[in-house]
Design a binder for this molecule. Structure first.
Ligand code: ARG
Ligand code: ZN
Length: 875
């Protein structure tokens, strides 16, 4: 059943104080909840009960209600119906005590209270708290919490919850207890509890006002040496938020707990962040550069939520992007400041263009502030998060850094302790800056990726250059027609020498065009010759740009554009057009060799000694298969894979000596540091290796083997492993040997094993259906672990060649797995279904087979609301 933003109503009751007691046992848990409830006098709309007071409707899911008391007296005038506890005769304010019995040891959904590797932990966002006790489980109900936890002392020596621990002691039967008090009001989704046999590392941070904060990261004992990077990242985040946003931490302690079984990346529970262990643990021996950076980014993200999310939270779940879009923008800027800004921008845009553009073009397309949903868990999407962050980034661009900061100060000050809306955020930005964001607001309400069709003309006599920009936005579910967006388009103009033209009196060489109409013409005077436009610099808006660049134009931009992003983008456009053309030829049964201009352009990049290494590595990366598929009009998975491979190999063969020399020059041993310059060196080196091993040449494979065995860190070792595998079946023996060696070395480290599994599942040569089945039988596989499922099933579903095999067995297999998984963990089942929902974009054969698979899912009785929503919207 769908719920609608327009139906929002404030609650009839508030909960001032929430006192919880958890008695944890192996075969059940008792939850005692004591709530001080009072009526919301502003609300006259609720259904009135007998005594003229609205009835109190608490929500609960899968709870065994043991007893109810009101004001310390047994109470029986209630009903339990369809997941609701309805209290009928009431007063304006009262204390409600309930006792419920739950079974966390059997909870496979990983929402609410559950067990991961023998420890208890929680995930309450968005609506998991209702699996713990009856409550007003909605974000606009903010309450002060105390939490008392009792458990066996030997099995669960560490008992954690939000806030500060105020009391602890011994109980009978080898049990003990700890009581936590959180002084800040919060919605139930920010509640957390952890109980387990955990070790921790500890550090301290002194805030800008001189407050001492204890920082602790908890993990199982065997991972305790993998917490340092997260701790460093946490301290950097705390400092950055003070410097850039003036935001200080507000409790005496900040804790992070690593758990292996977790549906998402991490969760910002007040003072007690719970992390997927893959997003917090890192050591040079076990984590790649990518993982080091992901840990830093996610630690920052969750920490930043303390203000953008916790102190100021969301009124309802339609406002999810209020906290997520803003917080992703904040963590993205943090990562840019800590590492290479240019590389970070490219990475973010890659995610947006592949995953988000695809979502916006698919059946689940929704605005960053959706109007309705069936299951909120389905809306933790790249649209809400990444497009949401791009929208905040545009506000930052339109206002400028200084006014944006005034706006964020005003937002935090105005709404501290409140549950608010996206509108409140935009309003604060407007009020602080004096800018009018009326039209800009459409970014919140309209889905779909706008398209800019751009043409230009040059008038020799008038010395005038004119750019005509037409915007449009494809229809999305429920939104046929769109109003024009306010789109900031950053532009530069290059002359024939590749120099930047000055565009205004102040001498600037780039300018932001505020595109607001459906069609707009921008004229530039005193232009001596026809310039080449560099459009949408630094990706100033989340749109598609259509401008008829010739291949020469793109080559020119690749060499001369002063905007690094567009320089990279020109290379991507060029590769895209070459690969597209090849796919079109294959489709007609023709062969087509790789365009020399692309091969030469990549040669220029390889040999350009003036290029920053990080930029060089990015420029040498071909568009991924996923992004090629997203940009194609009709997806031919086999041809995309084949064309891309062919291009890669042609580049490698043409520039083998330079690539090998570059690899050699970078193949130096030094102590591992996860710093931008070192990462750039390793990335470039490993890019070279990946090209070299695409040539079927034993000598090149030997380089990979050499790097594999000689590596002193996981980045280099794993890259070598990937290169050996992707070199394909021409040396199957070597592949097996290296995989076995890797398994032997790292089999105790579950996060490393995720990578071992996913590289195989995603490999075009290895990742056959038969092999996937073997992986799922392997002892390192665990069907209750979302990370393992993502590695194997997610890896396979991203495998163009194997998943889209022409007999449709890839789809059938995934369907079987999803239907099975839906009974245990609906959130993960629903997520893993995403590739199938893109069926309409595929060539007729795949399209039909994917549709059939979805029909089979839809016809299955007893689907979760998660899978039900996605499958019905997809068909
Ligand atoms: N708020 C968390 C974050 O952004 C994600 C929680 C997702 N939970 C969920 N049920 N989908 O870090
Ligand atoms: Zn978040």
């Amino acid at each position: 059943k769908a719920i609608y933003l327009k139906d929002y109503q404030a609650p009839d009751y508030w909960i001032d104080q929430t006192n919880l007691t958890f008695d944890l046992y192996e075969d059940h848990t008792m939850v005692t909840s004591v709530l001080s409830i009072y009526r919301n006098l502003d609300n006259k709309s609720g259904k009135q009960g007998e005594d003229n007071l609205p009835e109190l409707v608490l929500v609960g899911d899968d709870l065994e209600l043991i007893s109810v008391e009101i004001d310390d007296k047994p109470f029986s005038d209630f009903k339990v119906e369809g997941g609701f506890l309805k209290i009928l005769s009431l007063k304006e304010s009262f204390t409600l005590k309930t006792v419920c019995r739950i079974n966390p040891q059997e909870n496979t959904s990983l929402e609410g209270l559950y067990k991961s590797n023998g420890m208890f932990c929680t995930q309450c966002e968005a609506e998991g708290f209702r699996k713990i006790t009856y409550y007003l489980d909605r974000p606009d109900v903010m309450s002060r919490f105390t939490t008392r936890i009792t458990a066996d002392k030997t099995a669960y020596p560490v008992l954690l919850s939000n806030g500060n621990d105020i009391e602890r002691g011994e109980l009978d039967d080898g049990r003990h207890y700890v009581t936590w008090e959180d002084p800040f009001k919060k919605p139930s989704y920010l509640f957390a509890l952890v109980a387990g046999d955990l070790q921790h590392v500890e550090d301290h941070f002194t805030t800008m006002s001189g407050r001492e904060v204890t920082l602790r990261i908890f993990t199982e004992a065997h991972n305790i040496d993998q917490c340092d990077h997260a701790m460093i990242s946490l301290k950097k985040s705390m400092k950055w938020d003070e410097e850039v946003y003036g935001r200080e931490y507000d409790l005496d302690i900040f804790m992070i707990v690593a758990v292996d079984h977790f549906n998402m990346g991490a969760m910002e529970n007040k003072g007690l962040n719970i992390f997927n262990s893959a997003c917090v643990l890192a050591s040079p021996e076990t984590a790649t550069d990518a993982r080091f950076q992901r840990v830093e980014a996610i630690v920052a993200h969750e920490y930043f939520h303390n203000w953008s999310g916790n102190r100021v939270t969301c009124r309802d779940w339609f406002q999810l992007s209020l906290k997520e879009g803003f917080t992703v923008f904040r963590d993205s800027e943090f990562s840019a400041d800590m590492n290479s800004r240019g590389v970070k921008r490219i990475e973010d845009v890659n995610v947006l263009r592949t995953a988000q553009f695809a979502e916006d073009a698919g059946p689940m397309a929704h605005p960053i502030r959706p109007e309705s949903f069936i299951e909120i868990s389905n809306f933790y999407t790249v649209t809400i998060y990444e497009k949401g962050a791009e929208v905040v980034r545009m506000i930052h661009g339109i206002l400028g850094a200084e006014a944006f900061r005034k706006g964020s100060d005003l937002y935090f000050e105005r709404h501290d302790g409140q549950a608010v809306t996206c509108e409140d955020f935009v309003k604060a930005m407007e009020d602080a800056s004096g800018r009018d964001l009326t039209q800009f607001r459409r970014w919140y309400s309209q889905a779909g990726t706008p398209v800019l069709n751009i043409t230009d003309e040059y008038n020799e006599d008038k010395k005038q250059y004119k750019l005509t920009i037409e915007q449009s936005c494809p229809a999305t579910p429920g939104q046929k027609e769109k109003e024009p967006f306010h789109i900031p388009v950053r532009l530069g103009l290059l002359d024939a020498e590749g120099d930047e033209l000055v565009l205004n009196e102040s001498g600037a060489t780039d300018q932001v065009l505020d595109v607001k109409q459906e069609k707009e013409v921008f004229a530039f005077d005193n232009i001596e010759e026809r310039p080449l436009p560099s459009i949408l610099r630094s990706f100033s808006a989340p749109v598609r740009v259509k401008y008829d660049y010739s291949r020469e134009d793109l080559l020119f931009l690749m060499e001369h554009d002063s905007d690094h992003f567009n320089r990279w983008d020109a290379g991507q456009r060029l590769a895209n057009s070459v690969i597209d053309e090849m796919v079109a030829a294959f489709e007609q049964g023709r062969e087509l060799s790789v365009d020399r201009s692309l091969i030469e352009a990549f040669g220029t990049v390889i040999n350009d000694e003036s290029l920053d290494l990080a930029v060089k590595a990015e420029m040498l990366s071909l568009p991924s298969e996923a992004s090629l598929a997203e940009q194609a009009v009709e997806v031919y998975p086999q041809f995309i894979h084949q064309a891309r491979q062919q291009v890669k190999k042609a580049i490698a063969e043409a520039h083998k000596d330079s690539l090998e020399a570059l690899w050699q020059s970078l193949n130096v041993h030094k102590p591992y540091r996860p710093e931008a310059e070192d990462i750039a060196e390793r990335t470039l080196k490993n890019t070279c290796l990946s090209y070299l091993t695409s040539i079927e040449d034993k000598a090149m494979l030997a380089l990979a083997e050499q790097q594999y065995h000689g590596a002193s860190n996981m980045t280099d070792r794993f890259a070598a492993l990937v290169s050996v595998i992707n070199a394909g079946n021409h040396d199957r023996e070597l592949i097996d040997e290296v995989l076995a060696d890797f398994l032997e070395l790292y089999h105790q480290d579950t996060n490393v094993m995720d990578q071992w599994l996913s590289v195989q599942a995603a490999s075009p040569s290895l990742g056959t259906l038969e092999h996937i089945l073997t992986l799922m039988q392997h002892e390192v596989f665990d069907e209750t672990s979302p990370n393992k499922l993502r590695s194997v099933l997610g890896g396979f579903a991203g495998n163009m060649k194997q998943f889209h095999r022409t007999d449709g067995l890839g789809y059938e297999f995934l369907t079987d797995q999803l239907l099975d998984l839906d009974k245990k963990n609906p959130q993960i089942a629903s997520r893993l279904m995403t590739p199938l929902t893109r069926w309409r974009k595929f060539e007729p054969g795949c399209r039909e087979r994917m549709r059939k698979a979805l029909e089979r899912i839809k016809a299955t009785p007893g689907l979760s609301s998660d899978v039900y929503e996605v499958v019905t919207k997809s068909l």
